[in-house]
Every structure is written in C-alpha cells, then in structure tokens.
Write a protein that binds this ligand. Structure first.
Ligand SMILES: Cc1ncc(COP(=O)(O)O)c(C=O)c1O
Length: 329
C-alpha cells in the first residue's frame, strides 16, 4: 500500500531516536474474560528509555528540535514525582545536553520514586516553594531568561511536554498501533488511556483524524474534563498542521470524568482494585496516578456495557511511582 504524503512529511520533522520501537501490542485474554470484552494492551511501559513510559515518544521530537536549534540545556518542570521531568532529564543526558527541572513545593526530607532517580541522574533541580503548578511555569520562564543572559541556549518545554510537536510522538504511535492491528487481524479497536497534560491523547486523536485509529477514549486523572477536551483538540489541530494531516474535530475527542478521586496523584480504591485485577490476570503493574485510574474507568465501562470492545489499553508507564507511598506524590 502506498504511504500517504504526510508520512513523508513527518519523516522530515527533526527526531532523535530514544525509544525502543515498536512497543508490543499484546492480547490480554484473562483480563478479557474477567471484563467480558476483548482487551489488548499496548506496552508503552516497555519503551526502553529509563524505566519506560509514554513520555519517551514526545521526547523524540522535542529533543530532535532542541538539537536542531543548537540548544545546550533543557528547562522544564512539574511535580516532584513526575515521570515527564525524569524522562526529560534522562533524554537530555542521552543527547549530551544539560537539564534544569523546576518543581512546585519544597524538597522533601526523603527522595523516593522519580525524585530519587533525579538524584542518580544528577539533574539540576529547583524548587518554587509554592504549592501551585503555575509557580512552575513562572520559574521555568525566569530560569530560561537568566540562562540566556549568561549566553546559554535553553530549550524550554512546558509541563508534561504537551505541545503539538511533542504530540507527534503519538501520531507515530497511532501509525504503529494501526500496523500492529492489521498484522493481528484486529478491527475497529478503541484505544483507552489515562490523560494528564493531554499531549498523548492529542497525538492519538490526530491519528484518528488521519484514519489510522477508529476511536480514542481518554480518562482525565488531573485536569477538569472540559479543560482536557479543549486542550486535546487544540494540541491535536496544531499537530496536524505540523504533520500535514487532516485536523481533528471536536466530535472525535472523548474524555471521561469521575476517576480523579482526591486529586492528581492521590490513589483511589477503584484504581487500586483495577490495578490488582490486571496484575492478577496479566502480570502487568499499573501505576496509581495514571494507568490504575484509567483502568478503573474501563472496568466500569465494561460492567455497564457502554463499551463493546475490542479495546487497546495504553499501559503508559509510571513504574517509578510504584515505589512512592500512598499520597506522597
Ligand atoms: C505514566 C503516565 N501515563 C499517562 C500520562 C498522561 O499523559 P499526558 O500528560 O500526555 O496526558 C502521564 C503523564 O505524565 C504519565 O506519566
């Protein structure tokens, strides 16, 4: 089959290979039996950068751009247990760049999970001493400005790497899933995932608009659902311009609400039960902040009969947060 022209165009966008691709697409027969619908798992927890995770895909395009622009240091930020910041710092090392990471709050007495890994990587970590996420955005701006004044060339990446360029990583992911579905004889599958900063869902939705995937369902685990819907659409439409694909429309952006619980990073009982089910049936760990909550919504949807299957659940990583005690995110 001849490739559509946008595939050639996407191939010209700067990209640094960081992930081990393709990640496996595996059937989940015992989980399927338990939920009564056909379920497959896309193992982006096995992407091969650090301990794996979805952020390796956007980082390929973001680091590619940073290198083309002759940047010498990346500046980004988040919460201290963010998988994003840890993988960004690691990707910077792989590309020979420095990294400065800004976290909200103050340094805790003990470093666990991703914060511990930052210590091993030797990331330059700065703390805002404020509890708001916006304080991170402000600090990223001021750190970058002072680096410029010192003659450095910082490459600034917003929290989560959720930019149109970053989301191209999951347009590539959509193409990969589409080809794996063809090989497996899997038709009309819905991709199901946890949504945070929205870049991952935006890339997959761009894949729906390009005719690569049938449907994508995101489950918000941090932001208000309406904010997610508009962010996903906005990022997806700008990504389509970069890639030369058909832009997404609002009707293909589905974000479910009701699984955030006590807030971002606060584990829920339904999430823990869903993660335990996946572990006992398929031997796969789901992280509490993202995948566990996303799976809780899939368990409910299957029980309510609101999804018929087949479903491809995106196991998006987050292994380091399995080593952080409840509520310590
Ligand atoms: C493990 C994991 N899964 C899912 C997500 C959600 O991805 P996005 O922020 O692109 O919505 C994240 C974001 O950090 C993550 O770390």
């Amino acid at each position: 089959m001849p490739k559509p022209p946008w595939v050639t165009r996407l191939g010209t966008v700067p990209r640094e290979p960081l992930a081990s691709l393709p990640s496996p697409l595996q059937p989940a027969p015992r989980l399927s039996d338990a939920l009564g619908i056909e379920i497959w798992v896309k193992r982006d927890d096995l992407l091969g950068l650090g301990l794996g995770g979805n952020k390796a895909r956007p980082l390929e395009f973001l680091m590619g751009d940073a290198l083309v622009k002759n940047s010498d240091v990346i500046v980004t930020g988040s919460g201290p247990q963010s998988n994003w910041s840890m993988l960004a710092a690691l990707a910077a090392r792989r590309c020979g760049l420095d990294s400065i990471v800004c976290f909200y709050g103050d340094r805790p007495r003990e470093s666990r999970g991703n914060l511990l890994l930052h210590g091993l990587i030797g990331t330059d970590v700065r703390w805002t001493s404020e509890s708001t996420r916006e304080s991170v955005d402000t600090m990223i701006g001021s750190v970058a400005e002072s680096l410029r004044q010192d003659g450095k060339h910082p490459y600034v990446i917003p929290r989560g790497g959720a930019t149109p360029r970053g989301s191209l990583g999951y347009l590539v992911g959509a193409e990969e899933i589409s080809s794996q579905c063809r090989d497996a004889g899997l038709h009309n599958a819905t991709v199901w995932l946890a949504t945070g900063s929205c870049g991952t869902q935006a890339g997959l939705v761009t894949g729906v608009a390009a005719g690569l995937l049938s449907a994508v369902v995101g489950v918000t685990v941090s932001r208000p659902v309406e904010e997610c819907r508009s962010r996903v659409l906005e990022i997806a439409q700008a990504a389509a311009v970069l890639a030369g694909t058909t832009p997404a429309t609002a009707n293909i952006v589905t974000v479910l609400d009701g699984y955030i619980g006590g807030g971002y990073g606060v584990p829920t009982a339904e999430g823990a039960a869903a993660a335990a089910l996946v572990l006992s049936t398929e031997g796969i760990f789901l992280d509490p902040p993202f995948c566990a909550k996303g799976m809780a919504s899939l368990v409910d949807a299957a029980a309510q009969g609101s999804i018929a299957g087949p479903v491809i659940f995106l196991v998006s990583g987050g292994a380091p947060t399995l080593f952080v005690e409840d509520g310590a995110l």
